[in-house]
Design a protein around this ligand. Structure first.
Ligand code: FES
Ligand SMILES: [Fe+2]
Length: 344
């Protein structure tokens, strides 16, 4: 039986911290994995992530100002670079080594800033999830962030088990056949893979709008979850029986789930498509539909968390459609155990 919440974090992993466009010369305070961080962009374009605590008197560095490529504390003016090294102490020539702000490796890739909150020496950028769709000329995307007031495992459960779309998202992506169609779920290359294929099925309201389908379709959902927070859904449809990808639509609903606290989580989402490239009307139509859809989830997820808070310790019931959920929780547990066994 599945536990209600997962209250530990894999530290040695890249997490999406912000959209790159959010990083400016205005320091951005953000709580990630329970720690207060300040994110900023210097004048040359470099980005930095420091603990939001000045080593001098513990003022929040996010109340400071960006100067050039550095961040100056708003209290007594110590100046730190992106690596947390103190560059200046007003009125003092010597800079003691202790005048160092804790820093986190931060890399800009796929339109996002990725943070590493574990052992800095292990922060290999090659380990950043491959979200190439966001930079590829054959794909266009809508993207955004939604915050849920729930434990991060609940949104993993939500995205891996799309049977809920039949009931939660009737007006957008859900159709009756989704919950009725059995799934394949298995471990694949260090991830959990769940597949659902529906043939001769009604297109959802969203698919009718986006793909212009008038008749029945063959439709698929292929979901890959790589712990701790990388979730990619390959979803698309073609006219029923056509087997021709050029006649249909192919999309990726990509998400990174970054815990803020035990009971709040950021969902950095992107919806990449291989049709209507460069069409801003389609980009914003999709963003609107996604926002409606994810807010439908939010109502349920936030409500689940309120019930969990009121009823701690109760175990959850697992059904057939939860096969993928159970595999994900198991894989996440294993990843947590490995991270804790070898933290350095
Ligand atoms: S608290 Fe930051 S400079 Fe004093
Ligand atoms: Fe949903």
């Amino acid at each position: 039986m599945t536990e209600q919440m997962v209250t530990e974090y894999v530290r040695n992993a890249w997490y999406a911290a912000a959209w790159a466009e959010e990083l400016t010369d205005q320091p951005l305070p953000r709580t990630l994995l329970g720690e207060n961080v300040v994110l900023f962009r210097g004048a040359s374009g470099v980005i930095g992530a420091l603990e939001d605590i000045c080593p001098h008197r513990m003022a929040p560095l996010s109340l400071g100002v960006v100067e050039g490529d550095n961040l100056r504390c708003g209290y007594h003016g110590l100046l730190f670079d992106c690596a947390g090294k103190c560059q200046e102490i007003p009125g003092q020539v010597n800079i003691p080594p202790k005048a160092h702000a804790r820093h986190f490796p931060l890399v800009e890739r796929w339109q996002l800033a990725w943070i590493w909150m574990g052992e800095p020496d292990r922060a290999d950028p090659e380990l950043i999830p491959n979200w190439f769709w966001l930079d590829h000329p054959d794909w266009d995307d809508s993207h955004g962030t939604i915050k849920y007031d729930c434990n991060y495992a609940l949104i993993v459960d939500n995205l891996i088990d799309l049977s809920h779309t039949t009931f939660t998202h009737k007006g957008t992506i859900g159709t009756e056949d989704v919950a009725k169609t059995p799934i394949l779920s298995e471990r694949r290359n260090g991830a959990v893979y769940v597949e659902r294929v529906m043939t001769q099925t009604e297109p959802s309201p969203f698919y009718k709008k986006a793909g212009g389908f008038t008749g029945k379709v063959d439709r698929w959902q292929k979901i890959t979850y790589a712990p701790p927070g990388d979730m990619v859904i390959d979803a698309g449809a073609v006219p029923a029986g056509s087997n021709d990808p050029n006649q249909g639509i192919d999309t990726r609903i990509i998400g990174y789930l970054t815990p803020e606290t035990d009971t709040t989580v950021f969902h950095f989402w992107a919806f990449a498509r291989d049709f209507a490239l460069g069409d801003d009307t389609v980009t914003s139509m999709i963003a609107d539909q996604i926002e409606i859809t994810f807010n439908e989830d939010k109502a349920l997820l936030d409500g689940q968390q309120r019930n969990i808070d009121a009823t701690p310790g109760r175990k959850l019931l697992d059904n057939n459609a939860d096969a993928g959920v159970v595999l994900c929780r198991k894989l996440l547990d294993e990843r947590l155990a490995a991270d804790q066994a070898d933290p350095a």
